[in-house]
Design a protein around this ligand. Sequence first.
Ligand code: FAD
Length: 385
Amino acid sequence: MKAVIIGAGMGGTSAAIALRQLGHDVEVYEQVTENKPVGAAISVWSNGVRCLDHLGLGNETAALGGIIDSMSYIDAFTGETMCRFSMAPLIDEVGRRPYPIARAELQLMLMNAFGHDDIHFGKRMVALHDGPENATVEFADGTTASGDIVIAADGARSLARDHVLGRDVERRYAGYVNFNGLVPIDERIGPATEWTTYVGDSRRVSVMPVADDRFYFFFDVTVPEGLPFERGAARDVLAEEFAGWAPGVQTLIETLDPDTTNRVEIFDVDPFHTWIKGRIALLGDAAHNTTPDIGQGGCSAMEDAIALQFAFRDHPDDPLAALSAYESSRTERAADLVLRARKRSDVTHGKDPEATAAWYEELRHEDGTNIIRGIVGNIVGGPLT
Ligand SMILES: Cc1cc2nc3c(=O)[nH]c(=O)nc-3n(C[C@H](O)[C@H](O)[C@H](O)COP(=O)(O)OP(=O)(O)OC[C@H]3O[C@@H](n4cnc5c(N)ncnc54)[C@H](O)[C@@H]3O)c2cc1C
């Protein structure tokens, strides 16, 4: 069987490796001309790590990952610790440590595992056609690629999604922007092996370690959609938005490099349950675009890839049956994660201020049990957990 994969993000490259593991002929096409992922880092939760293990990348993942031994929440204004607890119960329960990883490094690992030179860069899909014997992709440069199947892993603004659903899909603004980047670890901001989160005023600021003694940081700022922003202005904007926050937050603002700090408006898409049309299937953000509030978008893209492999393992001679099995195995799980993330986002970002105030109060009495239960609930339910 020949698979044409569109998009060399986490989803597309994972699917490419997974299908090649079964011995299939796989071609990957990507619109950009080089590996330049948006966003500084990503938390790969234990379900995502298991997917990477399955793809043969367990050791590389551990080498790139930061070690989180504990989690804490800090009052934004007083700097007082609201709660701090060990991650050991979570790791014991799900059997695998999570790893925050710099995004470019994760992406490069996946691309190299498939074969960087086997990815066709600079190929922008502009149309899709489904036929009885194969499916074909048209590119902006006038060339085409055909396969027994096309896997569209073309991300949150997916063109293929509109093709599969037969309608334009609206993305929903979640009400906040996320500034993110990498800084050297600095214990004035948070302990080196802790995921530290400052909360207050319906905003949050977080740091967590990645390899090579760096913190991945992010700031969530609740603002209307579409405000102008000039790259390079992050320090000034954040100094104003977070004036009066605890000293650790001020140190982070002083330390970050404004030129490499990203600013992303956060959206999601209402879950939908049609992921295939004939020989064309959606995968990753194209199929389930979520807010990052539970850190599961990329993990579920990798779960899709493993589920796709299992579907082709179970239906080796019938691509249509395999795609159908893939769709059945994934839509409910992915929808659940999108809605869990939306709920979490609403509480974190003050959609109902009373609920947010109640959450802050809960944090002051938290011993880790409830938070870990919630995270475990996100992790279990995929093809490998
Ligand atoms: C701020 C933020 C923080 C996040 N944090 C986490 C986290 O901690 N943990 C987690 O699991 N997830 C996280 N996510 C989500 C995660 O980034 C995505 O779910 C993941 O990148 C999806 O992978 P993908 O391959 O489906 O899409 P993408 O990574 O977007 O890749 C899609 C690829 O398709 C290419 N493409 C698009 N259109 C075309 C076309 N027409 N022709 C050819 N190529 C095309 C793009 O160039 C791109 O390379 C976060 C997201 C954001 C915004």
